[in-house]
Design a protein around this ligand. Structure first.
Ligand code: PLP
Length: 429
């Protein structure tokens, strides 16, 4: 930061202000987190200077001996942590990774099935304006009226539509996903099952959510959410890769070759080696007992928050949570998702407006908000803290336009942040 400060004080000032914002707010967007100083160091390392198109041992440039070792470490750590025998750690992020998976496994126009965006799925699982809903015939499953996945309905849709690929996993689903059941459904129609566990990968690594290994043919995760790594993604599958430059039939045995070939040279050029190194560091951290403690605490914190909000009369979709996030219908308080998120933001609590299942409102100003506990858990918050946070959130939801409540909540937020300092080692920034 000293170098940045000297060379470009304008950018340095914005970075410093962002650090301050992260320190002073309760970050409760479920997909955000705080990476360790070691992950930050790897992300900002000299690896950003290198070009290394290809894979370890098969590069198009020289000078990759260190990059090869780092990528190999990341691959082996991912394989071990998630129980698959092949890992591709090069996707630039989650959306390109899902793009690569579709490119690997489908011809344009073929059918894919995924969870509807407005019911908690992701854009890249078949949403109309996204590549996945444009180049493929996308069929979307929803939840039942109470917000739970309805596995019988998913099985019926799969039988009717015969998709070649089924995505599971989402962005706003507060309950455990039954990968075993989804695996049966996919096999019954001879589809590939792709588990996009971007949101819950850290919980899987910590053993507090079932793993898709053994059920899903392909697992994809972003590395920057509960897994607490840099921005990036990993695709896992099982088997031995052969030459990614040669085409291979779309069989389960060929998955490693198909995926590798789709990532490079199919979609990407040179991998982001600084990201790969930071992914290796994050995966190393995710293999420690401390990470298991963190994963358990995320879930314990989400439960404590859910109990507090329910006791305060808030409406939780599915009535609670099994994982790191809660989805609230805020319309019973006479407000909307957008107004509620803005009021909470004024009070120093950062959440996002979110559609709820069967939402009568439009996505731009939906009925709900989505709240998560990963970042606060990283900061050291426990169940008691979450009860304080829950009471503060409920107070704002009930009177979102009352400045006295907003100011009182800001004060509570200040006290909580002071009790849980963030990035104390970056004090000199
Ligand atoms: C389930 C899921 N898949 C994929 C993505 C896409 O990841 P990225 O934003 O890194 O492209 C996200 C990010 O929100 C996600 O939640």
């Amino acid at each position: 930061m000293d170098a940045l400060q000297q060379r470009d004080p304008e950018v340095a000032a914005h970075v410093t202000a962002e650090l301050q914002r992260q320190r002073e707010q309760l970050v409760m967007i479920p997909s955000e987190n705080y990476v360790s100083p070691a992950v930050l160091a790897a992300t900002g390392s000299v690896l950003t200077n290198k070009y290394s198109e290809g894979y370890p041992g098969k590069r198009y440039y020289t000078g990759n001996e260190h990059v090869d070792a780092i990528e190999q470490l990341a691959r082996v750590r991912a394989q071990k942590l998630f129980g698959y025998s092949h890992a591709n750690v090069q996707p630039y992020s989650g959306s390109p990774a899902n793009h690569a998976i579709c490119f690997a496994l489908l011809n344009p126009g073929e059918t894919l099935m995924g969870m509807h965006l407005l019911y908690g799925g992701h854009l890249t699982h078949g949403w109309g304006v996204n590549f996945s809903g444009t180049y493929y015939h996308a069929v979307q499953y929803t939840t039942n009226a109470d917000g739970w996945l309805d596995y019988d309905a998913i099985a019926e849709l799969a039988r009717a539509e015969r998709p070649k690929l089924i995505f599971c996993g989402g962005t706003a689903y507060p309950r455990t996903i039954d990968f075993a059941r989804l695996g049966e459904i996919a096999r019954s129609v001879d589809a590939f099952l792709v588990a996009d566990v971007s949101h819950i990968a850290g919980l899987i690594a910590a053993g507090v959510h079932p793993s898709p290994a053994g059920h899903a043919d392909v697992m994809m995760t972003t590395t920057h959410k509960t897994l607490r790594g840099p921005r990036g993604a990993v695709i896992l599958c099982s088997g031995e890769p052969s030459n990614p430059l040669k085409s291979a039939p779309r069989t389960r045995e060929n998955l490693p070759t198909l995926i590798d070939r789709a990532v490079f040279p199919g979609l990407q050029g040179g991998p982001h080696d600084h990201q790969t190194a930071a992914i290796a560091v994050a995966l190393g951290e995710a293999s420690t007992p401390a990470f298991t403690t963190y994963g358990r605490q995320i879930v314990a914190n989400a439960r404590a928050l859910a109990e507090t909000l329910l006791a305060e009369g808030c409406t939780l979709i599915t009535g609670g949570t099994d994982n790191h996030l809660l989805l609230l219908d805020v319309t019973p308080h006479g407000t909307t998702g957008r107004l509620a998120a803005e009021a909470l933001s004024r009070a120093g609590i950062s959440v996002n407006a979110n559609s709820i299942p069967h939402d009568p409102r439009k996505p731009f100003d939906p009925s709900g908000i989505r709240i998560g506990t990963p970042a606060l858990t990283t900061r050291g918050f426990n169940e008691n803290d979450m009860r304080t946070v829950g009471n503060a959130i409920a107070a704002v939801l009930k009177t979102p336009t009352d400045n006295v409540t907003i100011e009182r909540t800001r004060q509570t937020v200040r006290e909580l942040c002071a009790a849980h300092p963030l990035y104390a080692e970056l004090a000199g920034v």
